[in-house]
Every structure is written in structure tokens, then in C-alpha cells.
Design a protein around this ligand. Structure first.
Ligand code: AMP
Length: 377
């Protein structure tokens, strides 16, 4: 069998890290992205600059690939579904369809055995007031589609807050019960259709709606909650018939586990697996795509992952210089402990994900004492 080519819809940092791991498995990659300077293009063997809804360009990607995956969940169904009949896109459309709309996503989670916050569909002022009556304050208003990292969200604590949702009236939205969670956690799983492998659960700390830190093992999670979360997540993936990769984000309150959202692609909270585990989320996705047997991931040591946003970039570059190696996303394990990944995006902006640093063999307490002050609070 010759060398296989993996096609990646999207050329952001997830595409970049998929391509790096594909290369280590001896596969070629081709990525499609509208930005001519997309990070993945530096690593992929070939690339296509085109919009995600450019049907001819996507067809070209499929034609030049043995197997195709996506690195984000908003690939339009009209474009990808016709291609699935003729090309090898083994994750299929269902996980995209189920995650592209927050109402559908939560209904699907609930119908397949997961507990969700109470929610109501909202489209205008009248349905918002009806939803508020059912759910009560405090609650969270979110647009149904294309939301990420807290965009298009309003927390409603009192009637005066209703006005803040006005710009979104006419846009399909969801109103959710506000969960006063103790912490957030996520799990990443890869399934070949029969077997599911799960990565160790991370506890996630957000800053202004964007992931800031991922702590593994999740310090606040009891063994009982951990076991139940893994079992219910794997059962959910199995029941839904999803293949490939799936990440689920949860809110944890006491012993209660609430589904928040899912993504059928590698997840930011799983970046720690590159050095923190014996195999990582990108590699296992590639192994699935290439038809290789999945490997069971094991945590190497307690790990902290720090996201590098635009405002943290200078500090991260200084750390990379100090620890004495480059800032490429694909370093070898020269320096046990600290791994700096800079994605090579040409424009740095506050709140834009520019890279991440993984600290292997580090507890949250050590991170707080030794590293926290290096970054913008
Ligand atoms: P999301 O885009 O849905 O993941 O929301 C972004 C962040 O807002 C989450 O990571 C939570 O920190 C917070 N959030 C979202 N929904 C809720 C909710 N129903 N209750 C409490 N906090 C929420």
C-alpha cells in the first residue's frame, strides 16, 4: 500500500497539529483554508486556498486525498453531504449536524443519556419572555449557531438585562439555565466504530469565555465522578454512532455532570496530550483515518496546559528562548517539562489563540508558584 494522503478541511492550529502527527505516521496531508497564510500550510504537503463553501475546491481536496477530515464544526452540510457519497469522509456528517446548532446539540445529548441544563428555544422578545418564565433568573442567552469562545452570549440576572439581547432578536437563539458549576471539565475520545479510546479528563479554567488553563488530572474531580463521566461519554458516542474524534465539555456541580457542548474535532483542552500522554488526540485521529489500530492513551505525569493568546505571546516567546529551543509546534522531547507551541499566525491580536505551552510533570500549585505571574492576569 502506498503513502496515504489525509485531506483536512481547515488550516488553523488544529489542522497544523493534525498534519504534524500525520507526518509522524508516514502520511501526507493537504489542507483547504480561505487564508493564504493559514498555519497548517507550513506543514502540509499541499494546500488549497478557497472558501469552506466552495464546492468545487472541496471536491478538489477530496479528489487529491485518500481520506478527509475537518478541523472545525461549521462545514456547511449542503457542501459536504454530496461529497460523502463519492469520497472517503469516515466521520460522516451526523456529528457536524448534531453540533452545529445549540438546540439540536442539547436535545441530542439529552436524548442519548446526558443531563443538560434546562433550555428553551428563543427567536424574539416574546419567546425570550416565555423562556425566562420557564427557566427563571439567572440564565444564559446564546445564539444557536456559529457561537464560540463566549461570542454571542449574554448572562441574564435581572429583567434589566433583557435589553442586552436586543441586538440578537430575529437570530435563532437558546436560553439556558445558568449552572453555578464548581468547575468545567472536558473529555476527548476517538472511536473506530467498535472501540473507543478516551484521553484523561482535563479541568478547564476559562478567562473571558476563552480556555486559559487545562489541568490534568482534574484536581477537583472525585474518582466516582471521573468514572461516571467516562462511562456516560463513551456510551453517548457509541449510541450516536459517531466515528473519529469527539470532545465533550461539561459543567460539574457537586456530583452532577451537565453536558455543555461537543465538537467532532480535536479540542483545545486536548492539546496537553501531545506531550502529556503516551499518544495524543491528533495522532489517534490520524490512526483512525488511516485505518490503523487505536492506541490506549496514558498520562505521562500531571500536566498543565496554558493557552497563549495575543497578549501572552511575548511572554511565551521569552520562555521559548529561555528553555533553549525553537518555537515550532513540532518539537521533539529535548527538554523534559516545558513545551512551547507557537502556531505561526501572521497577525497577533488580544484574545486570538497564538499558541500554547504544555508543562509536563507540573501540578497546578507549582504552576501558580513558578509560572502564573509570567502572563497577563
Ligand atoms: P460555551 O460557548 O457554551 O462553551 O460558553 C462559554 C463559557 O460560558 C463556558 O465555558 C462557561 O464558562 C460559560 N457558560 C456557558 N453556558 C453556561 C451556563 N448555562 N451556565 C453557566 N455558565 C455558562
Amino acid at each position: 500500500m502506498g503513502v496515504k494522503t489525509i485531506g483536512i478541511i481547515g488550516g488553523g492550529q488544529l489542522g497544523l497539529m493534525i498534519a504534524e502527527q500525520a507526518a509522524r505516521l508516514g502520511a501526507r496531508t493537504i489542507s483547504l483554508d480561505p487564508a493564504p497564510d493559514a498555519p497548517a500550510f507550513r506543514v502540509c504537503d499541499e494546500h488549497i486556498v478557497a472558501a469552506y463553501d466552495d464546492a468545487a475546491a472541496l471536491e478538489e481536496l477530496c479528489r487529491r486525498s485518500d481520506v478527509v477530515t475537518y478541523e472545525f464544526e461549521n462545514v456547511p452540510g449542503e457542501v459536504i453531504v454530496p461529497l460523502m457519497e463519492r469520497y472517503n469522509i469516515p466521520q460522516g456528517y451526523k456529528p457536524l449536524f448534531d453540533s452545529q446548532d445549540r438546540v439540536r446539540e442539547k436535545s441530542n445529548a439529552r436524548d442519548n443519556g446526558l443531563q443538560t441544563p434546562r433550555f428553551a428555544e428563543v427567536i424574539d422578545r416574546e419567546s425570550l419572555l416565555r423562556g425566562l418564565f420557564e427557566i427563571g433568573y439567572p440564565c444564559v442567552f446564546k445564539t444557536r449557531t456559529l457561537g464560540y469562545d463566549g461570542h454571542g452570549q449574554v448572562v441574564l440576572r435581572r429583567p434589566e438585562d433583557i435589553a442586552k439581547t436586543e441586538p440578537y432578536w430575529g437570530t435563532p437563539a437558546i436560553l439556558e439555565e445558568f449552572v453555578p458549576f464548581d468547575y468545567e471539565a472536558s473529555i476527548v475520545m476517538v472511536s473506530d466504530g467498535e472501540r473507543i479510546v478516551s484521553f484523561p479528563i482535563g479541568q478547564n479554567i476559562h478567562r473571558e469565555g476563552i480556555l486559559d488553563l487545562c489541568l490534568v488530572p482534574a484536581p477537583k474531580m472525585s474518582d466516582e465522578v471521573r468514572g461516571r463521566l467516562v462511562r456516560q461519554s463513551e456510551a453517548f458516542m457509541h449510541r450516536c454512532g459517531y466515528k473519529g474524534i469527539l470532545a465533550i465539555e461539561y459543567f460539574i456541580r457537586g456530583e452532577e455532570i451537565y453536558f455543555n457542548e461537543m465538537a467532532p474535532r480535536p479540542h483545545n483542552s486536548g492539546h496537553y496530550t501531545i506531550e502529556g500522554c503516551t499518544t495524543n488526540q491528533f495522532r489517534e485521529l490520524c490512526r483512525f483515518l488511516l485505518g490503523l489500530p487505536l492506541e490506549e492513551p496514558k498520562l505521562v505525569a500531571p500536566t498543565v496546559m496554558k493557552n497563549i493568546l495575543g497578549e501572552d505571546l511575548e511572554a511565551a516567546e521569552a520562555i521559548a528562548r529561555e528553555i533553549g529551543h525553537g518555537t515550532d509546534s513540532s518539537q521533539s522531547r529535548q527538554e523534559p517539562g516545558v513545551y512551547v507551541h507557537i502556531y505561526g499566525k501572521t497577525v497577533s491580536k488580544p484574545k486570538r489563540k497564538m499558541g500554547h505551552i504544555t508543562y509536563v510533570g507540573m501540578t497546578p500549585e507549582q504552576y501558580d508558584a513558578e509560572w502564573r505571574s509570567r502572563f497577563v492576569e
